[in-house]
Design a protein around this ligand. Structure first.
Ligand SMILES: [Mg+2]
Length: 385
């Protein structure tokens, strides 16, 4: 059993909206298709992966380094039983000759291919990825549905409070109960009015805010003090992603939950955040993004490190808003998944028609990750092979 070809392409995913640190108008993502020598219904089993949301395509790294290494080592592709791929061995193959540390763009590239390898492996086992993961790295049980929240409330050119309220009402109509909006892209007073306009239509436990790591020390502390009385669901990335000391300082003065970790791209970064970021296992939320941080193999190592540090899997809400995050939430027993029902297309959101109600989303039952059941995304992947 082996991988016989890996195809890749970069697609444009630009949308005219912004968070506190960046505009998304020229965004891209990388797609890969991992073709195996396993034939089902007369066709090879193909696994698909993409480069996550919110960071640009890193397919140049896939093309120049990772794909040649995989294709040059066919003896590393199969598990010991010879009945499926070995994602961890393929991961090691990608990372051979790579210097330790210095994560970032390489973590996205490895995550892109790792996703496709796991998709192929779950398809070879004829299981949804969630069930495939639960059997190997979870409790063995897959819930029928998992908690879900919307990452939305971006800054749109010319949008006012009523447009923001309409956006959040639309999510409520779609079955979501918890919504996250951006802060830090406007002065504090403006952000407070954005929050207060939404607290007219939702209670505080249904609203979280995300500063995307933009604040320096004084602004972080000012926001924390100003937002504390609202008792929001959480305050996300109140400090630069790698500023563990400022995270600790905010956690000292902000009693509500803090969410962070989506921009930590390796197990090592996650361990440092848990060691030095002052986060509190009884309330804070870890948002490591699987697609952006070396993929599922590394995510499993990150969860082990987190559990060793006294954290529960229920504290993990993977960032990303897409099918991979949903599958790992269900399969690894994590707390909740993000969703991007209308943004970050075609990657955002889940399979077409998947039921969302009362703040819970069903777990898809297609083999693998199930990109084939998301028509706008399947259209892009079909062009690869
Ligand atoms: Mg965020």
């Amino acid at each position: 059993m082996r991988i016989v070809a890996i195809h890749e392409a970069t697609i444009f995913t630009g949308e005219n909206r912004a968070n506190a640190v960046m505009n998304f108008s020229d965004m891209t993502t990388g797609l890969v298709a991992v073709v195996t020598d396993v034939i089902r219904d007369g066709k090879p089993v193909v696994g698909y992966g993409f480069g996550g949301t919110g960071r640009y395509s890193q397919n140049a790294i896939c093309r120049e380094r990772l794909i040649p290494r995989i294709l040059a080592a066919p003896d590393k592709h199969s598990n010991g039983a010879g009945d499926n791929l070995d994602p961890f061995a393929i991961w090691d193959c990608m990372m051979s000759r790579e210097k330790p540390g210095g994560h970032g763009d390489r973590a996205v590239a490895v995550g892109t291919i790792d996703m496709a390898v796991w998709d192929a492996a779950a398809k070879i086992a004829d299981m949804p990825l969630a069930a495939f993961l639960a059997a190997r790295h979870g409790s063995g049980e897959v819930p029928d549905r998992v908690p879900v929240y919307v990452g939305g409330g971006y800054y749109y050119p010319g949008a006012d409070h009523s447009a923001l309220q309409d956006e959040i009402r639309r999510y409520h109509d779609d079955g979501f109960k918890l919504v996250k909006i951006k802060i830090g892209g406007a002065p504090l007073d403006v952000d407070r009015r954005r929050i207060e306009s939404l607290l007219e239509i939702t209670d505080s436990s249904g609203l979280a805010v995300d500063a995307n790591g933009r604040f320096a020390r004084q602004e972080a502390l000012s926001y924390a003090a100003a937002l504390e009385p609202y008792k929001l669901a959480w305050l996300e990335e109140p400090a630069y992603p790698l500023d563990y000391a400022l995270h600790a300082e905010v956690a000292q003065c902000y009693q509500g939950p803090i969410g962070t970790g989506e921009s930590l791209l390796s197990t090592w970064d996650a361990r440092n955040m848990l060691l030095f970021g002052g986060l509190r296992p009884d309330r804070d939320i870890l948002m490591f993004d699987c697609a952006l941080s070396y993929g599922i193999c590394e995510y499993i190592r990150t969860i082990e490190a987190m559990e060793q540090a006294g954290w529960s899997r229920a504290s993990v809400y993977p960032h990303g808003g897409h099918l991979l995050s949903l599958h790992i939430t269900a399969g690894l027993g994590l707390g909740a998944t993000e969703a991007y029902p209308y943004t970050h297309q075609p990657m955002g959101g889940f399979t077409d028609g998947l039921k969302i109600a009362d703040g819970l989303v069903d777990v898809p039952d297609l083999p693998g990750i199930g990109f084939e059941g998301k028509s706008n995304f399947a259209f892009e992947f079909r062009k690869l092979v």
